[in-house]
Design a protein around this ligand. Structure first.
Ligand code: GLV
Ligand code: MN
Ligand code: MN
Length: 413
């Protein structure tokens, strides 16, 4: 194989072009699953895959697979990929670097005359972000066999539209039961991603190699109080659902800051109240709470504490409460052999690196259920992510793509 040349200018042009496909005003990126923008984004990526000579297919939940057939196609393939959906008010690098970067990695390998023995396959996962259905990693969760077809079919979004409705929009056809991958469907899976935290930048390192992905969980709470006229309903005896919600949000903060572990993080990221009129006592509140830790026991203890606090608060305020655990995922432990392979690549190319944990979740969390998995992190400006000023430089991205390409090549041959 000739020396690898990564075309960072072309890749940056593609990152910039995809960032303009958004539901929001650029530079803000918002691409919610199977929205108009998400569909156009998917088309953009598919076109690049076709131009790169990759063979495309889509599964029943809309995961996109783009394959470079190996010389021994019977062998299990080497997987890579990430997502292009983006939460409201996001930036342009989260997920996208691992998709467009993987395409450039394959193009660079082709230009260098590399012939993979195992096939190389890019996966663009459906709905890594939880925006549409409240559940993150929908596509990889199903591939990993963690979410059944029956449960997936029951998912509903805020407007009451279910997965089947959105699947039709996304031209994702077929039996949802067919999505699940057999064990060891891939010889290995490696996801390239921005770090979304400050460690690599602070330590002036090029690459993070992920050993473990923190355990995420999500609670949904629906609070029902009694509404009324904001002027005529006197304060004693009010049953204000928003106030109960506010107390619960504070209980989330308390639970996350008192576990004794610096790794516990709790966020009440969704807090809606109804009817949402300034002169009306809120009769309903709707909360979604994100709680994570590297240690699943600590996370679960904090989760139970939040649920108990919510029940107590609602009893005291005479508010109806329904709690739903949307997901309670274990952490993922990455494959040591893959971690060492990436370390070897970094060392040979004089790329600075360290092992680390991922505090964000990723599709790799669920790919780890079915095959050896790890991730390659690159630094991002101040660790900013899930905000429009998310940034990694072309040079940082190029290094990540190079390490990804060489790693894929090693696993393939
Ligand atoms: C992924 O987007 C996460 O919330 O960790
Ligand atoms: Mn994200
Ligand atoms: Mn991501």
């Amino acid at each position: 194989m000739r020396a690898l040349k990564i075309d960072r200018t072309r890749l940056q042009g593609e990152l910039d072009a995809l960032a303009l496909i958004t539901e929001a005003e650029p530079p803000v990126v918002t691409r919610v699953l199977f929205s108009e923008a998400d569909l156009r984004g998917r088309d953009f990526v598919k076109k690049l895959c076709r131009e790169a000579g990759l063979k495309l297919r889509q599964d029943a939940v809309g995961n996109i697979f783009a394959r470079w057939e190996g010389t021994d196609p019977k062998l299990s393939a080497v997987g890579t990929g990430s997502h292009i959906d983006a939460i409201p008010n996001a930036g342009k690098y989260d997920g996208v670097v691992g998709v467009l970067g993987a395409i450039e990695a394959m193009r660079a390998l082709k230009r260098a005359g590399f012939a993979p023995r195992r096939s190389l396959e890019l996966i663009v996962f459906t709905s890594e972000e939880p925006t549409r259905f409240g559940l993150g990693c929908l596509g990889s969760r199903m591939l990993g066999g963690v979410l059944s077809a029956e449960k997936a079919a029951r998912l509903k979004d805020r407007e009451g539209q279910d997965l089947n409705f959105w699947r039709k929009r996304g031209a994702a056809k077929g039996d949802l039961r067919s999505v699940r991958l057999p064990r060891n469907a891939y010889a290995g899976f490696v996801e390239l991603h921005i770090e979304q935290g400050p460690v690599l930048e602070r330590e002036k390192l090029d690459i993070g190699i992920v050993e473990k992905i923190a355990a995420p969980s999500t609670l949904r709470m629906q609070l029902t109080g009694v509404g009324g006229h904001a002027g005529a309903t006197l304060m004693p005896g009010r049953r204000d659902a928003a106030l109960a919600g506010a107390e619960i949000a504070l209980a989330v903060e308390r639970a996350a800051t008192t576990t004794g572990s610096p790794d516990t993080v709790g966020t009440t990221g969704i807090f809606r109240i109804e009817p949402g009129a300034v002169n009306s006592v809120p009769c309903r509140a709707y909360l979604e709470i994100d709680l994570r830790d590297t240690n699943v026991k600590t996370r679960n203890a904090a989760l139970r504490e939040i649920e108990a606090a919510a029940r107590k608060i609602c009893r005291k305020r005479k508010i109806g409460l329904a709690i739903e655990r949307l997901n309670m995922d274990p952490p993922a432990i990455c494959d040591q052999k893959l971690v060492r392979t990436i370390e070897a690549v970094c060392e040979e190319r004089a790329v600075s690196h360290r092992r680390m944990i991922s505090r964000a979740y990723h599709d790799s969390l669920f790919m780890a259920q079915v095959c050896p998995t790890t991730m390659i992190f690159i630094p991002c400006y101040k660790g900013y992510s899930h905000r429009p000023d998310e940034y990694s430089s072309p040079a940082q991205i190029e290094k990540g793509v190079r390490v990804l390409a060489e790693t894929l090549a090693r696993i393939a041959n």
